[in-house]
Unconditional design. Structure first.
Ligand SMILES: Cc1ncc(C[n+]2csc(CCOP(=O)(O)OP(=O)(O)O)c2C)c(N)n1
Ligand code: SF4
Lengths: 525, 250
């Protein structure tokens, strides 16, 4: 046993290493990135854990499933919206089941600190009919990994561990145990289970539904779902929100409390609590999943259920101890200073000397002959070009969406249809819409901002940069004359504007690759 | 005992290094601790903070409730304002007065300093001046660690051990600079308080500190300075206008 200071993400990573994983897969995304990075760092010397970023979350999930198929334990990690991308493989893996233990660590971002939405992955676990753990602190993040791998192997089912930003990016001391050895190579012999032809899939789906009573039983008896009956006011807290509750309570409080950290929801424990209390407050970060389930369509007879749906807590955003305090009806604490209004905001911005700045300055000028031109864009550092002073892009929806949306707008008659996308985003989700656009000969202009790295999430290795990127673009079948490469530097500004104008004038698909390495990536190497 | 500190600054200023020193000192001292931080988009030059809590009993929330914060420790003066409503009634602010201007509407610095100076439990240090004297402007974060250290449960050795540990990878020279930055911050924080406790106006006190050679700052010398400035109203302006720094002993 030893003690280490770890982020919640790192505790997940170390838990997985000590559970005996042979591989970790993922695609970067705040707040999940540090899980993978920790494992990569920690196992590099020994080299006994495969750790290489995948092109996107779907690929990561499938690679992980393959490793499980081969009998080894594997962790796959991503941010919440990444699970949308991996959803096809994820949902079906609940039917195939696992061979070696497979754990999916997914990090949600309530409050949208660095995300486009605050979707709640617990719904995905429920949707796929798989168990889900929700740690409330760093120690539990570590401990639950061992448990999750055991359960995955024992019940042959993928297991989700759901984190939120607040635990992913918070540090504390964690007591660790000795490592479990890795599994030997032992590919599955059950071919039908992995071949989801309708006839097999029906059997597998029945197996999955048959597992549900066992999953429920385990959740009912879990040490992670603690019920303590006291007075007639009740609280259900999910995961980390229990900390906000305890922060506001003395030892001798008179609330009856159920803490939930393992799903499916422990129905019996909830029933016992509901029958004991007159009033029930439900605390959960993310969507009101437990709250809506407990209330049902028509509410409970005899028990008032309060939470995000009743205005006792905000419907959206991250919880905190102050919001919980208010919902408990406790008075505000006294402070030394009141809130200072109107403090100048300090939004994030592109670094000084960033190649994206030069690309967008050129694009802004090239487009200034059009009336109110709108540029479809994507997700990465370059999304900051939406803010002043550049204000060069006008959409950001989902990784790769810029190209598909530009194509759709072009089909509708919009011109010029311009998409601006980063190199990593291009490999993640841009290649398929690009192929589609070229094959359909859509009149669109794609600006690929090749800064040689995945900058936004901390300069990870990009899969399609430089030569590889050029080859992929040419491989779509595009006319090579309309693939142009520019170097976004202030001294090339006029030349770059000219090239952009030429391609804007071209009827049909064109690609401009703006190639210059990210400043942060240069510093880091 | 429980201490709750909000570390505040701008992405890139090294808030997480400040947290590293305190986290490790807290672990060594056998305290429970939790420290929540900001990663991701805001790190690109945006406002960043970290909530650091240590205690001799278990800590629940990773974030500090309003009214339970013991200290706002800021590497940048404007950033104090975003968080000081979290301070408990007897809470403290320890802040750099060196502005980090990366926005067009940054407030007028003298107004800002006057607003901060009006808060009684205040420690102000000129991190720019002190870090430069230590040998590298980037060590401003360690200056603030030093300035705060006078108000915390750790000894100089306990903190210095982790200042050294943090920079060991970067070589002896960087370690030496950051050690110095810490010690200058520690001395400047104490000297500033001694001036203010002796009756000197906080803005004047920090302006004076900005012109004093950091290696000469000592609490014992503060009363004499308060006395001299009281007797000679023009003295501070003369010092501020002079090109070179003065010794605290002079
Ligand atoms: C489905 C999904 N996965 C991951 C992310 C997190 N994410 C946002 S931007 C980005 C990388 C962008 O890299 P690149 O396109 O090369 O742009 P750069 O930041 O280098 O400018 C990632 C991984 C996300 N928002 N959505
Ligand atoms: S990290 Fe790189 S890509 Fe991102 S803003 Fe800075 S220089 Fe530009």
């Amino acid at each position: 046993m030893s003690k280490e200071i770890l982020l919640g993400d790192e505790a997940i990573g170390l838990g997985a290493i000590h559970a005996g994983i042979s591989g970790v897969y993922g695609y970067p995304g705040t707040p999940s990135t540090e899980i993978f990075e920790f494992i990569e760092r920690r196992t590099k010397k020994k080299g006994d854990v495969h750790a290489f970023w995948s092109t996107n979350e779907k690929v990561a999930y499938e690679e992980a499933l393959g490793m499980s198929w081969a009998g080894k334990r594997v962790l796959v990690c991503m941010k919440h919206v990444g699970l949308n991308v991996a959803a096809d493989a994820f949902m079906n893996s609940a039917l195939t089941g696992t061979n070696g233990g497979l754990v999916l660590a997914v990090a949600d971002d309530p409050g949208m600190h660095s995300s486009q939405n605050e979707q709640d992955s617990r719904y995905f676990a429920q949707f796929a009919l798989i168990p889900c753990f929700e740690p409330r602190n760093q120690q539990e993040s570590y401990d639950m990994m061992l448990e999750a791998f055991e359960m995955s192997e024992e019940l042959a089912i993928p297991v989700m561990v759901r984190l939120i930003t607040r635990i992913a990016h918070s540090r504390s001391a964690v007591t660790t145990q000795s490592a479990h050895p890795q599994n030997p190579l032992n590919p599955t012999k059950e071919i039908k289970r992995w071949t989801l032809l309708p006839s097999n899939a029906r059997v597998q789906y029945a197996h999955l539904t048959d597992k549900q009573p066992e999953l429920l039983k385990r959740a009912e008896n879990s040490i992670h779902n603690e019920l303590e009956l006291r007075g007639k006011r009740g609280v259900i807290s999910c995961g980390l929100s229990e900390n906000y509750l305890r922060e506001n309570l003395d030892e001798d409080h008179d609330l009856s409390i159920l803490s939930i950290r393992q799903y499916p929801m422990p129905a019996e424990k909830i029933r016992t609590l509901v029958e004991h209390v007159d009033e029930l407050l439900i605390l959960e970060d993310g969507y009101p999943l437990v709250e809506n389930t407990v209330r049902g369509l028509f509410g409970l007879i005899g028990t008032e259920v309060k939470g995000r749906m009743t205005g006792d807590l905000p419907r959206t955003g991250e919880l905190n101890p102050d919001l919980v305090r208010e919902a408990l009806g406790l008075p505000k604490l006294e402070t030394a200073h009141s809130h200072t209004g109107d403090i100048a905001l300090r939004p994030p911005a592109l670094c000084k000397g960033c190649p994206h700045t030069d690309s967008f300055k050129a694009l802004n000028e090239a487009l200034n002959t059009f009336e109110d031109p709108q540029v479809f864009s994507d997700i990465g550092c370059y999304t900051l070009a939406a803010l002043p002073p550049l204000e060069a892009i006008h959409s950001c929806v989902a990784m790769g969406a810029s190209i598909g949306m530009a194509a759709g707008a072009a089909h509708a008659g919009y011109s010029p249809a311009v998409a601006a996308i980063g190199d990593s985003t291009f490999s993640h989700g841009g290649i398929t819409p690009m192929l589609s656009a070229v094959q359909q000969e859509v009149n669109l202009n794609v600006l690929i901002l090749d800064n040689d790295t995945v900058a936004m999430t901390g300069t990870q290795r990009s899969m399609s940069t430089g030569r590889a990127l050029d080859d992929i673009v040419h491989g779509t079948g595009i006319d090579p004359e309309h693939v142009r490469i520019i170097v976004p530097l202030p001294k090339n500004h006029d030349e770059n504007v000219k090239i952009m104008r030429e391609e804007l004038a071209h009827e049909g698909p064109s690609v401009i690759i703006a190639r210059r390495t990210c400043i942060e990536a240069i510093k880091g190497h | 005992m429980q201490k709750n500190i909000i570390l505040a600054g701008v992405g890139g200023q090294g808030i997480l290094s400040v947290a590293y020193v305190f986290d490790n000192a807290a672990l060594d001292a056998g305290f429970f601790f939790k420290q929540a931080e900001v990663h991701g988009m805001a790190q690109r030059g945006g406002a960043v903070q970290s909530n650091l809590r240590y205690s001799d009993v278990e800590i629940h929330s990773d974030v500090i409730p309003e009214g339970r914060c013991d200290m706002v420790l800021a590497v940048e003066p404007l950033e104090v304002m975003r968080y000081w409503h979290y301070l408990k009634p007897d809470g403290w602010v320890v802040t750099s007065i060196t502005p980090y201007v990366n926005i067009p509407d940054y407030p007028e610095i003298d107004t800002l300093l006057a607003d901060l100076a009006a808060f009684p439990h205040m420690v102000m240090v000129d991190t720019g001046h002190l870090a430069r004297a230590a040998g590298n402007l980037r060590s401003q974060n360690m200056v603030t660690v030093g300035a705060a250290s006078n108000l915390l449960e750790f000894t100089e050795e306990q903190l210095l051990k982790h200042v050294e540990g943090l920079f060991a990878r970067k070589g002896e020279k960087v370690v030496a600079v950051n050690r110095k930055a810490f010690l200058y911050g520690r001395a400047a924080g104490a000297f500033f308080r001694a001036l203010v406790d002796g009756g000197l106006d906080a803005v004047k006190a920090v302006k004076l500190c900005s012109k004093i050679k950091p290696e000469t700052m000592a609490v014992a010398l503060a009363p004499a300075w308060v006395e001299r400035l009281r007797n000679d109203e023009a003295l501070l302006d003369t010092i501020l206008e002079s090109g070179s720094d003065v010794s605290a002993e002079s």
